[in-house]
Design a binder for this molecule. Structure first.
Ligand SMILES: [Zn+2]
Length: 193
């Protein structure tokens, strides 16, 4: 499986099996990348409700008519039916500046559930329903694991609701022994031997 990174407010990843992870890249850039590689998008997986990850979800879902996947605890927020409780600094700051068109979540995934071979792994802490997606030994981590200096790192404290839980989730994700981690920010991290 090929993975293409599309930079934006956060990284979006396009995979050759027709999945897009996160919607931080503009729909136009996503469309351009799909055309370059001859890939359609069947599913949009969302890792968490932070605006830099869902900013373009509505326009991407509309452009591709794809099914949107998100965790059960965050679906109502992503759909705009609920406001996040104790929104972090980032969320409060952005939501006062940017209006995001909310998107319908077609598939609300539980922990451990797999869609198209992508297993949802709940990784709470950064946000209460942060979710990573594992395909084989490739891990799409959202902000539960970010990249710093080429190595896996915890997300910045100031943008993380529960640092203790985020640390537990970080360790849990690394214990899955992924070969490559595709983080929400920074560059892909290769851990393979
Ligand atoms: Zn985040």
């Amino acid at each position: 499986m090929e993975v293409y990174i599309i930079k934006g407010m956060s990284n979006s990843y396009l995979t050759s099996d027709g999945v897009l992870i996160d919607a931080g890249a503009k729909a136009d850039n996503v469309i351009k990348t799909t055309k370059e590689h001859g890939i359609g998008i069947k599913y949009l997986f969302i890792t968490h409700y932070h605006i830099d990850h869902i900013r373009y979800a509505w326009s991407i879902a509309k452009a591709f008519n794809c099914r949107v996947v998100a965790s059960i605890p965050e679906s109502a927020i992503i759909e705009g039916r609920e406001k996040p409780r104790n929104a972090g600094l980032l969320q409060s700051l952005f939501s006062s500046m940017v209006r995001v068109k909310s998107v319908n979540v077609d598939i609300k995934v539980n922990d451990g559930e797999a869609i198209e071979g992508y297993r949802a792994v709940y990784a709470p802490g950064h946000t209460p329903g942060s979710t990573a997606y594992l395909k084989g030994d490739l891990l799409f981590s959202g902000d539960a694991v970010v990249e710093r200096g080429g190595k896996p790192a915890l997300p910045p404290r100031m943008f993380t609701l529960d640092v203790g839980k985020a640390t537990e989730s970080f360790n849990k994700l690394l214990s899955l022994r992924p070969r490559t981690i595709y983080p929400g920010h920074g560059s892909p991290i290769s851990l393979g031997t």
